[in-house]
Design a protein. Structure first.
Length: 309
């Protein structure tokens, strides 16, 4: 079920502007300057924040007024970090500036400053579910296995902005030597019953979109109180190539060796040792974990025309 609320901006409000300066493939100082001007033109009291540490300090400062909303300038991981820090209590307006911007594209959030200004002036807040494990919040998806290993390696080598090309070499390196440890999943289904399964890649989706706009779980709904679990059950270079081909052709969800579940929660374990995890495109530690869904947790500012999607 979709929950939305609408509110017009007033001059007495406070907005926090969080700018991730290394998001995306290149620096965008002109965009940052225009966003500062936009918030000033809207008559808002603005506090600029440039690091997770500064955000945490500002949030924990009891004397500092809470913002009416936060503009997140960055990618999906940046917005997820802000949502986790603020415990889903403050609406977030995502200005897409990351490498993929999957959620912003899914919600139709504009990069045009004029359209973005209109979105902030007539705010419609749509509440989406979030995934949770430990103290980490994710908005889009979690994965365990080869893809998460690639994400870990890319970020280990990162020394600035990222583009899609930064993932090419690590991906091919891992295709050649990844050992495919077996994952074990214990899943709480939609009706409260439990099931167990095994595989070599595991995904938990909150939205149907994947990298580059592809879909692995086309039936995923971001506000149904459930996560869509997808498990790939074959291993090895040949199977990986076949899965990628199916993803590109849009047929991966129909394969018999891909298991899909609507889940309230799930445990992901590996008996042979820790397996890398990634959430929303960022490294997220290692197995073993228990993940769950937090219904209507994320208040996101969306364009009015897309609020009923």
């Amino acid at each position: 079920m979709t929950f939305t609320e609408a509110r017009r901006a007033t001059s007495t409000e406070t907005a926090w502007l969080f700018i991730n300066r290394i998001a995306g493939g290149y620096d965008k100082p002109q965009h940052h300057a225009r966003l500062r001007e936009l918030l000033e033109e809207l008559g808002l009291n603005t506090v600029e924040i440039n690091s997770p540490e500064q955000l945490a300090s500002q949030w924990e400062e009891e004397a500092a007024p809470r913002p009416d909303f936060i503009v997140s300038v960055g990618g999906d991981g940046t917005a997820a970090m802000i949502a986790g820090q603020t415990s889903g209590t403050v609406p977030i307006a995502i200005y897409p500036a990351g490498t993929e911007n999957i959620l912003a594209k899914y919600l139709g959030i504009p990069t045009n400053i004029g359209a973005f200004a209109k979105m902030l002036s007539h705010r419609v807040v749509r509440r989406l579910d979030a995934g949770q494990f430990g103290d980490r919040t994710f908005m889009l998806m979690l994965s365990a296995g080869l893809e998460a290993e690639v994400v870990h390696r890319v970020h280990q080598r990162r020394n600035g902005h990222l583009t899609k090309f930064h993932y090419v070499r690590p991906a091919f390196e891992m295709f050649a030597k990844y050992e495919y440890p077996q994952l074990e999943l214990d899943i709480e289904l939609e009706d409260g019953s439990r099931t167990q399964t095994q595989g070599y890649w595991a995904f938990a989706f909150n939205v149907p979109r994947y990298a580059l706009g592809f879909e692995m779980t086309p039936d995923a709904v971001p506000d149904d109180g459930l996560l869509d679990i997808c498990v790939l059950t074959q291993s090895g270079f040949g199977s990986t190539a076949s899965y990628i081909t199916s993803l590109l052709s849009g047929t991966i969800a129909h394969r018999s060796d891909v298991k899909r579940f609507k889940a309230r929660s799930a445990e992901i374990r590996c008996q042979s040792g820790p397996v890398p995890l990634q959430t929303d495109g960022d490294p997220a530690g290692f197995t073993d974990i228990r993940l769950s869904v937090r219904p209507n947790y994320l208040p996101l500012i969306v364009p009015p025309a897309r609020s009923s999607k």
